[in-house]
Design a protein around this ligand. Structure first.
Ligand code: FES
Length: 157
């Protein structure tokens, strides 16, 4: 994991930018993750101090929402849809295949740092269920074979 000192100026700037905004904790957490890719555990103390909250309160919010990461993401983030339409088209089978192929569970990153796997709840691509994304690309009707091809194409980059 990167040294927090390298990220700290960015975190402090985001805190300053949101200082006067009511209900600013979630926008701050999103801002940090969007900018740095994750929320470094050492950032919790800075956030708590800026917002006059306890570290436990900030940590509680970060861990409550699975969307927030506390470790760096892989080079590519795969999101598999778990919502109703995709479930009816065997997204569970796709999920199991992805976990087995990558050797990781949801919210984990492969040991080589290439792929992170996350669940998502509807990508607006229900007509082409089961759906998933790799980074910003949306893919539909993803069979295990198609999943393997998509992963291989990213592995070759
Ligand atoms: S339910 Fe999966 S894309 Fe809508």
């Amino acid at each position: 994991m990167q040294d927090y000192q390298k990220q700290r100026a960015t975190v402090l700037q985001i805190l300053e930018d949101h200082q006067s905004m009511p209900g600013n904790l979630l926008p701050i957490l999103h801002g940090i993750q969007d900018t740095l890719g994750y929320i470094h555990p050492s950032a919790i103390a800075d956030i708590a101090s800026a917002l006059h909250l306890s570290k436990a309160e900030v940590h509680g919010v970060v861990t409550f929402y699975h969307y927030f990461r506390q470790t760096p993401p892989g080079q590519h983030t795969i999101r598999i849809c778990r919502a109703e339409s995709c479930q009816s088209m065997n997204s569970k089978g796709l999920e199991a295949h992805a976990k087995q192929t990558l050797g990781i569970d949801f919210h984990e990153t492969t040991a080589d740092g290439r792929f992170s796997l996350e669940p998502v709840y509807c990508l607006g691509n229900c007509a082409c269920s089961p759906a998933m994304t790799i980074d910003d690309e949306v893919h539909g009707r993803v069979s295990p074979e198609k999943f393997d091809q998509l992963i291989a194409s990213k592995g070759a980059e």
